[in-house]
Design a protein around this ligand. Structure first.
Ligand SMILES: NC(=O)c1ccc[n+]([C@@H]2O[C@H](COP(=O)([O-])OP(=O)(O)OC[C@H]3O[C@@H](n4cnc5c(N)ncnc54)[C@H](OP(=O)(O)O)[C@@H]3O)[C@@H](O)[C@H]2O)c1
Length: 281
């Protein structure tokens, strides 16, 4: 397998490189080496490296900032994936693209399947959905993996934010009425590798954590491990609050659990995020 990786400095990009199977070749590119919004650059990179798979871990992931940077988010989350898909199709290359649980509106309490109706509430969610559709249109054979609440030892994520705030403050208020499944980026990378190894059929796949929680419950789990591992001497006092008490520029789904039956049917285990949290911390 010869893989061109876009967005190599992100959480997924870094975890993917760490888990590259023996014998696979990779050209790992960050945004300075390959800007996915630049079609000429994508074409030149693919023509020179001649991969048989492209993994797109590049994205605009600043959910709140996207509300005021619509054009930038749209270029990275929709135009970029469209560029990768059209070049992949021209060269007969498999594309793996990554999307989000925020394509859903959260007005349910049963897990979303790959066929569930989308209705994003935020600019980020809209641009990611436009990206998914552009990828499916230009590369029907592409694998689109929707994931959620990603954390890892790399980059910016909720786990790192909690650990930082836990050192700075004695008390924290955390939203308790948004529920979803944390996902360890390393497990997501393994799942993508497995889908490529199996030459899985093109289409959408949901991949996330194996246990649903609220952000408040996720924070409780983080601080419990942090104290156990002596990363923090004591946990801050946590108070559950509502979304209305913590207004943000972007609206987020109140419920975004992704059903994992499709990937599990391929023998791919969901992310054991509680186990991964211990290792990450
Ligand atoms: N993080 C989450 O909680 C979450 C939740 C659901 C779904 N997802 C999806 O999962 C995927 C991976 O997310 P992640 O958390 O690993 O993201 P991340 O850590 O924010 O990394 C994204 C990477 O994309 C790069 N990038 C931005 N614009 C680019 C461009 N024009 N060309 C090439 N690279 C560019 C960034 O590089 P620079 O830093 O140089 O800009 C960054 O390294 C994304 O598709 C995301 O939408 C994430």
């Amino acid at each position: 397998m010869k893989v061109l990786l876009a967005g190599s400095n992100g959480q997924l990009g870094r975890c993917f490189q760490d888990r590259l199977p023996f014998g696979w070749q990779i050209l790992a590119t960050d945004s300075t080496e390959l800007d996915i919004t630049d079609l000429a650059q994508v074409t030149a990179t693919v023509s020179a490296f001649k991969p048989n798979a492209i993994v797109n871990s590049a994205a605009y992931t600043a959910v709140d900032k996207a509300e005021s940077e619509v054009a930038v988010a749209e270029r990275i989350n929709a135009v970029g994936p469209a560029n990768l898909a059209s070049v992949a199709t021209q060269h007969g290359i498999r594309l793996v693209h990554v999307s989000t649980d925020y394509v859903f509106d959260g007005n349910t309490n049963t897990p979303y399947t790959e066929e569930s109706v989308t209705n994003p509430l935020s600019v980020y969610g809209i641009t990611k959905l436009v990206g998914e559709r552009a990828v499916s249109a230009a590369a029907p054979d592409a694998i689109i993996v929707r994931t959620a609440w990603v954390f890892s030892e790399y980059g910016n994520n909720f786990v790192k934010t909690m650990l930082r705030l836990g050192k700075e403050r004695d008390a924290l208020s955390i939203v308790d009425d948004q529920r979803g499944c944390p996902t360890y980026a390393g497990d997501l990378a393994q799942a993508i590798i497995a889908l490529l190894q199996q030459n899985a059929a093109g289409g959408i796949y949901h991949y996330a954590g194996d246990k649903e929680v609220s952000w408040f419950e996720f924070a409780q789990a983080i601080f419990s491990v942090a104290v156990q591992k002596a990363v923090l001497s004591k946990a801050p006092t946590l108070t559950p609050i509502t979304t209305a008490q913590y207004p943000t520029p972007a609206h987020r789904p109140a419920y975004s659990t992704l059903a994992g039956e499709k990937v599990m049917g391929l023998g791919i285990a969901l992310s054991d995020w509680q186990g991964a949290l211990k290792k990450t911390i």
